[in-house]
Design a protein around this ligand. Structure first.
Ligand code: S3P
Length: 445
């Protein structure tokens, strides 16, 4: 369990690229495996979560090859062509891998057993078991609908119409992936729009998919079953969820100026930019462009006099993974920041609402938490530092580890994270990248 410690830092400077987008990388492997012909991916995230998906696609018969850094080829088997795996599918720490793959397997006439680490094995799977049962899959899950779980896919998958009870791109994607091998139309209705990488990539691979905006702000997504998917080139942008860490670090460490290049700015992912702007951050998006159907830009952050604000629940799906580091930004702001609509944070890699609230308190920040909200009393002003001097447990949660290491850069006494190894699930190279910008991170206590 490698401990990593963040110490008060001098200004951060530099232009960096963070690893590829996790959501898009998972989907490229999965769709590549059910497309005919070759899919060529550049910019692939080579974090542990995505490597679990790659191994699972291999175990189900796809040819998945790594050519060079971030450059991969997948030779797929066609829709409905996956093969029964001879081993358990180890999803590691990844909820996205587990839930999306359950969707894909639900449309195949074989059984697969999904296992994961202690964090993943405590996360709810009922949200995918329910709709995938309607498709015709059957499940034997651990108590409470959790992993380890054996799924037997449907012999004759049914196309379903499903209204999402939670704002979850993972559940939406699981239903759509199951619908690939069902005859007729699979429909997903989402009351609040969530990240649409699955929809975009399905269209890119040749599926017939339509997205209708509903009068109440929701969306209706319709997928025509049994399409012929064809292997494609996929260019993966840098992950905005990873970029958020060096960007917030630059905002709070006085004198900093950091640019992260080629960041994916899909509007359903870019809520963090809006929130940081609302907090008065000195943030700019440069070179806006569109590459392979996704919005991209270079994001520059200079040290900022942050101020408190209310962050509305409506923005939660567009920044769901960025809350831990946004709470850190709020801790250094002048005044109070109130975050609303946080119920989904309780079922991430850890209960991010409680783990962040407890950790911030231990570092000397005053916070109040409710069932689905957090109020952070900012320490801003001339003294802009937290007391620190604590060891934080990362709870097998990469974003908890990175958030507190960013906070440690503006602490009076160091902040250590007991186990920084989970960072490799989404942001391999985090330590070196941050050190390259000037962050004072050391191994051990
Ligand atoms: C993801 C969706 C989100 C997010 C996760 C990745 C995806 O989860 O937290 O890191 O790739 O679809 P939910 O859909 O459960 O909110």
């Amino acid at each position: 369990m490698p401990t990593l410690t963040a110490h008060p830092s001098t200004p951060l400077h530099g232009i960096v690229r963070v690893p590829g987008d996790k959501s898009i990388s998972h989907r490229a492997l999965m769709l590549g495996a059910v497309a005919l012909g070759q899919t060529h991916v550049t910019g692939m995230l080579e974090g542990e979560d995505v490597l679990c998906t790659a191994a699972a696609m291999r175990a189900m018969g796809a040819k998945v090859e790594r050519l060079a850094d971030g450059e991969w080829n997948i030779h797929g088997l066609g829709v409905g062509g996956l093969l029964a795996p001879h081993e358990d599918l180890d999803m590691g720490n990844s909820g996205t891998a587990a839930r999306l793959l359950m969707g894909l397997v639900a449309g195949h006439d074989f059984s697969a057993t999904f296992v994961g680490d202690a964090s993943l094995s405590s996360r709810p799977m009922k949200r995918v078991i329910d709709p995938l049962s309607q498709v015709g899959a059957t499940f034997k899950a651990a108590e409470g609908g959790r992993l380890p779980l054996t799924l037997t896919g449907a012999k004759d998958p049914m196309p379903i119409t499903y209204e999402l009870p939670v704002a979850s791109a993972q559940v939406k994607s699981a239903v759509l992936l199951a619908g690939l091998n069902a005859p007729g139309q699979t429909v997903v209705i989402e009351p609040k729009p969530t990240r649409d990488h699955s929809e975009k990539m399905l269209a890119h691979f040749g599926a017939h998919i339509t997205v209708e905006e509903l009068a109440d702000g929701g969306r209706r997504i319709t997928l025509k079953g049994r399409p012929e998917l064809t292997g494609r080139d996929v260019i993966v942008p840098a992950d905005i969820s990873s970029a958020a860490f060096p960007l917030v670090a630059a905002a709070i460490v006085p004198g900093s100026d950091v640019t992260v290049t080629g960041v994916g700015l899909n509007p359903l992912r870019a809520g963090v930019i809006e929130t940081l702007k609302d907090m008065g951050a000195n943030i700019e998006v440069l070179n806006r462009r569109v590459e392979a159907g996704e919005d991209l830009g270079d994001v520059r952050m200079r040290a900022s006099a942050l101020k408190g604000c209310t962050v509305p629940a409506s923005r939660a799906p567009a920044q769901i993974d960025e809350y831990p580091v946004l709470f850190v930004a709020a801790a250094l702001a002048q005044g109070d920041t109130r975050f609303e609509g946080l119920e989904e944070l309780r079922v991430k890699e850890s209960d991010r609402l409680s783990v962040m609230a407890d950790g911030l308190k231990a570092c000397g920040v005053v916070v109040e938490q409710g069932e689905d909200w957090l109020l952070v009393h900012g320490l801003g002003g001339t003294e802009k530092r937290v007391p620190g001097g604590v060891m934080i447990a990362s709870h097998l949660d990469h974003r908890i580890a990175m958030a507190f290491l960013v906070l440690g850069l503006v602490s009076e006494r160091p902040i250590a994270v007991d186990d920084a190894s989970p960072i490799n699930t989404s942001f391999p190279g985090f330590q070196a990248l941050m050190q390259g910008l000037g962050a004072n991170l050391t191994e051990g206590e």
